[in-house]
Design a protein. Structure first.
Length: 143
């Protein structure tokens, strides 16, 4: 299988799976069950729209990860989170233009126009660190 295709499929699936787990556990913490399910059912969700968005990790972020690899970790993570916010805002805005609604439309927390939640910064920081590690590991192993 082509390396780029593998990375796209891997990060598309990984991102969606990570999101389902994040939603399930954050619902327990915030005491907000989904679809009247019991909290401890650990019900999570994502959107099919997220697959092509997570595919952008190896396509758009891959070269950036390689370029920043030797820079200080704080700088790398700040750049990654800025990129995540840029992608989240622009894809949310685009999806609203195309479909009439942004699937993740934030209404709580510190959000910007409902497209991004600024109070998720630390979660995105951890996610970016995991993505960087996985990308570099897989890239090295498949090379």
């Amino acid at each position: 299988m082509n390396k780029t295709l593998f990375l796209c499929i891997f990060f598309g699936c990984f991102g969606m799976t990570f999101e389902i787990f994040f939603v399930a556990f954050s619902n327990i913490i915030m005491d907000t069950p989904l679809w009247n399910e019991p909290l401890w059912s650990l019900t999570g969700k994502t959107y099919v729209w997220m697959f092509p968005i997570y595919v952008l990790i190896p396509v758009a972020m891959g070269p950036i990860i390689k370029f920043l690899n030797e820079r200080p970790i704080v700088l790398r993570l700040l750049i990654y989170v800025s990129g995540i916010y840029l992608v989240e805002f622009s894809t949310g805005f685009l999806l609203e233009l195309i479909t009439g609604k942004c699937p993740w439309e934030y209404t709580t927390g510190w959000h910007f126009m409902g497209y991004i939640r600024l109070d998720y910064f630390l979660f995105w920081l951890v996610f970016a660190y995991i993505i960087e590690y996985l990308y570099l590991y897989i890239d090295k192993k498949i090379a």
